[in-house]
Write a protein that binds this ligand. Structure first.
Ligand code: UFG
Length: 332
């Protein structure tokens, strides 16, 4: 039995592959079209195929050449909320239609397990905090909608073809492999922590904090941060949960603790010892006040126990990557 990782050259996917290989998984197959992923992020011990998961002939070749693949972990999606508002069809095509193409080929090859990245963005403005898996999902942007549609498509594919699935709804992913060898490199970068760290490095002049009049203790948005190695562990637990014959189920993945944008800024100043100039700016459209996960279900059902349970540990790991790679993978 081996695992196929789609998007294994991306930020979270590369941490997944690293973790699988470190845990002694004999063979890990990686597919990535390198549109947002990086060749240098592909683990040297992985079997790498460059191509697009929506290219069914290409995927048939991957499954034919790796008949021992019984489970797919799928990270290969676009994930920028603002871009999705401007280019919704790009998201429905790549994320949602891509999933249909993938499931058709999985069904042809009788591959029955898939674990995939869903998102807190499927909840939109949540009805309750902390957010549970049963909290109504009402996305407020095409990115979240594209992922919710992927969940729905899988629900019916499970019923019709018996393809079992686990959508893992991540909250805010941050941090990197602590040795600084792999990390987050988006072009353009839009996420809070990498931007703050780029200011710490001197690559940017200042961080703009988007809004301080939210309904939160200090007026800035509150988010729940989770490390990619902890996500990776949850994916492996989810694969084993499916392999053990359990029913499809969704899980939230977060730390269950919220940090405001100003708290992240302060913690980063402390970890890096840098001043990090900041300026207040207008709200960014579409930001919910607070997003905090209840990840009780993942802890109870999957036995998930996040290792990076301290925000300073997460920030220090991201700093190890950014300070040693001021221009990321430097391949664009
Ligand atoms: N922020 C700033 N300044 C910046 C960048 C971000 O103040 O330069 C703020 C944002 O306004 C927000 C917080 O930092 O309040 C976090 O923003 P990110 O862009 O880092 O993350 P998001 O919470 O917007 O997005 C994350 C994931 C998405 C997912 C979303 C769910 O990255 O994929 O959570 O709502 F869809």
């Amino acid at each position: 039995m081996s695992i196929l990782v789609l998007g294994g050259a991306g930020y979270i996917g590369s941490h997944m592959v690293d973790r699988l290989i470190e845990k002694g998984e004999e063979k890990v197959v990686v597919v990535d079209n390198l549109v947002t992923g990086h060749r240098a992020a592909v683990h040297p011990d992985a079997t790498f195929y460059e191509g697009d998961l929506a290219d069914q002939d290409f995927m048939r070749k991957v499954f034919t050449e790796n008949p021992d693949v019984d489970a797919v972990i799928h990270f290969a999606a676009y994930s920028l909320v603002a871009e999705s508002m401007e280019k919704p069809l790009k998201y429905f095509d790549n994320n949602t239609a891509g999933m249909v193409k993938l499931l058709e080929v999985m069904n042809e090859f009788d591959v029955k397990y898939i674990v995939f990245s869903s998102t807190a963005a499927t909840y939109g403005i949540p009805d309750e905090i902390p957010i549970k898996e049963t909290t109504p999902q009402r996305p407020i942007n095409p990115y979240g909608e594209s992922k919710l549609m992927m969940e729905t498509i899988m629900k019916w594919s499970d019923q019709a073809y018996g393809i079992k699935f686990v959508p893992l709804r991540y909250f805010n992913v941050a941090g990197a492999k602590p040795d600084g060898s792999i990390g987050e490199d988006h072009g353009p970068e839009t996420h809070l922590l990498p931007i703050i760290l780029q200011v710490a490095q001197g690559v940017r002049e200042k961080i703009m904090i988007f809004g301080d009049d939210y309904n939160t203790p200090d007026g800035t948005n509150v988010r729940d941060y989770v490390h990619p190695f902890d996500l990776a562990d949850a994916h492996l637990l989810a694969v084993n949960y499916l392999r053990a014959g359990n029913e499809s189920a969704a899980f939230n993945l977060g730390s269950s603790t919220g940090f405001s944008n100003l708290q992240i800024l302060e913690a980063t100043r402390k970890v890096t010892g840098k001043e990090i100039p900041a300026e207040l700016a207008d709200r960014r459209p579409g930001d919910p006040d607070t997003l905090i996960a209840s990840s009780e279900k993942a802890r109870e059902v999957l036995g998930w126990k996040p290792e990076f349970d301290d925000i300073e540990k997460i920030i220090a790991s991201a700093w190890a990557w950014h300070s040693s790679h001021p221009n990321g993978y430097n391949d664009r």
